[in-house]
Design a binder for this molecule. Structure first.
Ligand SMILES: [Zn+2]
Length: 484
């Protein structure tokens, strides 16, 4: 009997691992879900769910959205280190393949145990199997969607997607990813316009009747200065002027000047600036002869300031939230994962020059040590102090950790089943990573997160110990029988 369970687990695991169901290949995950459904036979009821292209399935004697127990697994995997990983190898009592440990071997165990349970208890509606296809990217369209939007609320969920050696995970660190932007408004556009104004020219003694073109230019320049005073970011400077005339007793008949306008491309276009200048010039009897090419430039110091501000945010947050060490790992960590400056674009989508710095900070913490709201408030305050702002839309995680009560009757039922199968004590432990358990926990389900003997999950030599899967299977059968 044990032998045949062993063979079935190997067969099922291998067939599922041959499908390279990397999360983004949603149809391949769907294919594995269909394999699971097929394996459970014709007498089951099932319901598929879909959100954002991600498929999930609930299977049972009936579709009970509020069962006592849900067995939960995901059939998606992370990218393989090499295509060979999708050709499972059996060596030294282990299955080596991408997904063997995380978590198709465990899905196989649940399928076997659940099939037996359904056959022995055809009228039982207290237990369902729930499989998803996006745990590796956060479970937002899989578990979270079905729980939050479809009302799936098991009393307890069993998830063999934890740490090795049958340990029961009691607390998973809560994650949040902050996307922070430090913006420079100091990108400037500059354009020099060449102006001329003409007059009749006359002896200086006749100035009472001859209009002096210099006066036209001065008026125009003063008008422009007044306009700039009312528009932050807009400046005007005269960078060249010449009356050509060098005779002190003569009113010039012409004056040439260069007017340099600088403005914020986010506020004005070149056409607007030109229009503004044309209006003032025509009222002031000056002409625009020509213009230089418009230049966009970033004040180099502005970008430095952006980066500096971002690093100040990082330093301040680390002071408070970077506490985890090798000796004290069960503490909050705060790391900068992504940092780059993003080119700004004009109305036409043309790349101008860098104008903002982006950073992503990963924060993970034990729920019992920090409150999400407190970290969020600190981050907001520190960002405001340093001219940075949190991009809420690009931030995610929201502090959904997962906590399991070690005194819960369900947890102890499982612990007893596992210990009597194993003949030794099962330990409680903490997990630095997160799982779909957090989505269940958030909506009030108890979570039992555990695992068989796994190695190198997400790595090049990912593997699972076959005997340990059999042991887990036997314990699961015993646990299931308490729901019969
Ligand atoms: Zn997993």
């Amino acid at each position: 009997m044990t032998n045949s369970v062993r063979e079935k687990i190997i067969d099922l695991t291998r067939s599922m691992c041959r499908v390279p169901s990397v999360t983004r290949d949603t149809n391949l995950s769907l294919q594995v879900l269909q394999m699971a459904l097929e394996y459970l036979g014709d007498n089951v009821e099932y319901k598929f769910f879909e959100s954002g292209g991600i498929h999930s399935i609930i299977i049972g004697n009936t579709i009970n959205m509020r069962p006592k127990l849900a067995l939960n697994g995901h059939v998606d995997v992370v990218d393989a280190d090499s295509p060979d990983q999708f050709h499972p190898i059996i060596k030294d009592g282990r299955i080596y393949a991408r997904g063997a440990a995380d978590m198709k071997g465990h899905v196989a165990v649940m399928l076997l145990a659940f099939k037996q349970f359904l056959e022995e208890n055809p009228d039982n509606n207290d237990v369902v199997l729930f499989l998803t296809g996006d745990e590796e990217t956060g479970g937002f369209s899989g578990a979270q969607h079905v729980i939050k939007n479809e009302g799936f609320r098991p009393d307890v969920v069993f998830i063999p997607d934890g740490l090795g050696s049958y340990q029961i995970v009691t607390s998973q660190k809560a994650p949040h990813h902050f996307h922070v932007v430090s913006e420079s408004i100091d990108t400037h556009a500059a354009c020099t316009f060449h102006l001329v104004s003409y007059g009749p020219g006359a002896h200086v003694a006749d100035s009472f009747k001859a209009s002096n073109p210099v006066n036209n230019l001065v008026n125009v320049y003063m008008q422009l200065k007044l306009m700039c005073a009312k528009d932050p970011g807009l400046t005007v400077e005269m960078s060249f002027v010449d009356t050509i005339n060098r005779a002190g007793n003569k009113i010039p008949s012409e004056v040439y000047s260069d007017i340099c306008m600088r403005w914020l491309p986010k506020k004005h276009s070149l056409d607007e600036i030109r229009g503004m200048l044309e209006k003032v010039c025509s009222e002031g009897r000056c002409d625009i002869v020509s213009e230089d090419e418009c230049e966009i430039s970033l004040d180099a110091a502005a970008l430095d300031r952006c980066i500096n501000n971002m690093l100040l945010v990082y330093e301040s947050m680390r002071e408070k939230y970077a506490k985890g060490t090798v000796d004290n790992p069960w503490a909050s960590t705060f790391e900068l994962d992504v940092l780059y400056d993003e080119p700004d674009k004009d109305d036409k989508g043309e790349v101008l020059t860098s104008s903002s710095v982006h950073a992503e900070f990963g924060w993970r913490w034990p729920l019992e040590q920090h409150r999400f709201e407190d970290g969020m408030a600190d981050m907001e305050e520190i960002c405001a102090e340093n001219s940075c702002k949190i991009d809420i839309k690009r931030s995610h995680g929201d502090g959904d950790g997962c906590y399991t009560d070690t005194n819960s009757p369900y947890v102890n039922k499982w612990k007893t089943a596992m210990e009597s199968e194993l003949g030794r004590t099962v330990e409680f432990t903490n997990s630095h990573g997160s799982s779909d358990g957090r989505h269940f926990y958030k909506f009030g389900s108890e979570v039992i997160l555990t695992s068989a003997e796994i190695d190198n999950y997400h790595g090049a030599n990912e593997s699972v110990d076959i005997d340990s899967l059999v042991t887990l299977h036997n314990a699961l059968c015993a646990f299931l029988s308490t729901f019969a």
